[in-house]
Design a protein around this ligand. Structure first.
Ligand code: GLC
Ligand code: CA
Length: 555
């Protein structure tokens, strides 16, 4: 297995709108990020992934880009970006940009041209089809954000495809000019000195030419067989690799809905010349009661099965990316741990142990290192996210599901849980802004914030700092082989990592109960690398505290 910097790195995701506001308009910005680089350096991370900062009308918070070579007005200027990149590099931190090229904004100049007439030079940059008639779209596909995936455009009396909101028209990757324009734009950013790309829904860029009706789901037809891992996907990524990625010392991670381990070996194989790694969604996007909407926790045995499958299948063949949450997911501790009953800190540390000791590159989503929690939404007016708002309309206002049944699902799964501002200190607005924030601050900021946690050696923050440092000191954590023990336990997640003669034992109690455990002989009395509980590991039979986690080394 080749050793590379991005395999050894720990990545921190910033959602710029909610990270740090420097000018009091209530919206996080680039200068805000620059002012907090020392905090990230202190935590010990290596790479920052910035969610989109490009010019955008913000229908989907920047995932709808109207100009790829300009900065969003609210986030600052290109000078601010250059300063951020420069200050990050000075501290040895790299910057990975979000690349959103499955679609643009409908306010991008290409789309404005494209929709203007059927013979415009940019017409074919997007996906246009005749409707069955003026009020019936070309087929029954639904968009990921609700409603039809087609929007009628009266200028030319045709429909355009949008797999996300109608303000996010899908680009036509089969058009070589589109591809070349995108590759040029990527090169332009690489020449500026950025360190990589996270590629938004990149598994969806190639669509089948024939667009038949999809199998009916809740409201619309399912487009995934025709839009995910489409016919030319690998060809286009290899072309991108050849023309751009391979020319720079950068990393690439694909957001690949629908990916399996088999496909990941192609997308992110050691020798396939596409991407360095991909995000899979088998763990976080399990199907719920109402589409993705659910309030149920995944049984631990299922969680272990999924994780272990990726750990073992990819080993030596492709590279894993590890994450519990991101800007599209609820907060890790609220979803997989326990944020309610005095167990928040210990369960946040347990989750961190479980993930950071695995094989792959770990991602930390802003605030996760503080054990930030889901938000106590009171009413629909608390939400800002287009997906949550549309889902409520589609499921509840239509009368399909009762408000009582849907509300807990919205609370548990809404993307806005992750988007409330970073909690810096216990002053009003959590030190995020001196104005009024674009989305509410979680009221628990007086207790959970960076200032108090950086001052407390027992905090979740210091625990993450220690985990990151351990990864740097122990190649077995990066490169070791993974093996699951006790696969049937609904309480314990136990696994080993092995590299040459070195072996680690990782034990995590996912339950809120004391649990018996027998330490395997080879680890009894051996060195403890990290533990979130006051316990001793020098005899075989121990009783684990609720949410206890520890790591022993055979050395
Ligand atoms: C990805 C992004 C998400 C966005 C969507 C459309 O899934 O992570 O935030 O809404 O793509 O760009
Ligand atoms: Ca601001």
């Amino acid at each position: 297995m080749k050793r590379t910097w991005w395999k050894e790195a720990v990545i921190y995701q910033i959602y710029p709108r909610s990270f740090m506001d420097s000018n009091g308009d209530g919206i996080g910005d680039l200068k805000g990020i620059t002012s907090r680089l020392d905090y990230l350096k202190y935590l010990g991370i290596d790479v920052i992934w910035l969610s989109p900062i490009y010019k955008s009308p913000n229908d989907d918070n920047g995932y709808d880009i109207s100009d790829y070579r300009a900065i969003m007005d609210e986030f600052g200027t290109m000078e601010d970006f250059d300063e951020l990149l420069n200050e990050a590099h000075k501290r040895g931190l790299r910057i990975v940009m979000d690349l959103v090229v499955n679609h643009t904004s409908d306010e991008h100049k290409w789309f404005m041209e494209s929709r203007s007439s059927k013979d415009n030079a940019c017409r074919d940059y997007y996906i246009w089809r005749e409707g069955k008639d003026n009020s019936t779209p070309p087929n029954n596909w639904g968009s990921c954000f609700g409603g039809s995936a087609w929007e009628y455009d009266k200028t030319t009396n045709m429909y355009y495809l949008h797999l996300f909101s109608k303000k996010q028209p899908d680009l036509n990757w089969d058009n070589i000019e589109v591809r070349n324009n995108i590759f040029d734009m990527m090169t332009w950013w690489c020449e500026k000195g950025i360190d990589g790309f996270r590629m938004d829904v990149i598994s969806m860029i190639s669509k089948t030419k024939e667009m038949p009706d999809g199998e009916m789901t809740d409201f619309y037809g399912d487009c995934s067989p025709y839009c995910i891992h489409g016919p030319n996907i690998h060809k286009y990524l290899q072309e991108m690799n050849e023309k751009v990625l391979s020319k720079y010392d950068i990393m690439s991670v694909g957001e690949t809905p629908g990916v399996t381990t088999e496909l990941a070996k192609q997308y992110a194989g050691e020798d396939t010349h596409e991407l360095n790694m991909v995000f899979h969604f088998e763990l976080v996007d399990t199907h719920g009661k109402y589409g993705k909407w659910t309030d149920e926790k995944l049984p631990l045995t299922d969680l272990k099965k999924i994780m272990s499958h990726w750990q073992t299948e990819l080993y030596g063949k492709a590279w894993n990316s590890l994450f519990w949450d991101n800007h599209d997911q609820p907060r890790a501790v609220s979803r997989f741990g326990d944020d309610t009953s005095g167990y928040r800190e210990i369960s946040a540390k347990m989750l961190a142990t479980c993930l950071h000791m695995m094989q792959g590159t770990p991602y930390i989503y802003q605030g996760e290192e503080l054990g930030m929690t889901n938000f106590p939404f009171q009413s629909m007016s608390d939400f800002r996210d287009i997906e949550s708002i549309n889902a409520y309309k589609e499921w509840c206002e239509s009368g399909q599901v009762s408000q009582e049944a849907f509300w807990p699902c919205l609370l548990f799964r809404s993307r806005d849980n992750a988007r409330t501002p970073m909690q810096w200190d216990d002053t009003p607005q959590a030190g995020f802004t001196c104005g009024s924030p674009w989305i509410s601050i979680n009221p628990n900021y007086t207790e959970i914030n960076a200032k108090s946690e950086t001052a407390d050696p027992d905090s979740v923050f210091h625990y993450y700092k220690k985990l990151i440092a351990l990864r740097k000191q122990n190649p077995v954590i990066v490169y070791g082989r993974y093996e699951l023990l006790l696969s049937d336990s609904e309480e314990l997640y136990v696994y080993t990592r092995t590299l040459d003669n070195e072996k680690l034992l990782v034990v995590c109690n996912f339950s809120g109960r004391e649990t018996d455990f027998a330490i395997p002989d080879e680890f009894v009395g051996k060195a403890c690398l990290i533990s979130n509980a006051e316990n001793t590991y020098d005899k075989a039979d121990i009783i684990l505290k609720p949410y206890e986690a520890f790591v022993l080394s055979n050395k």
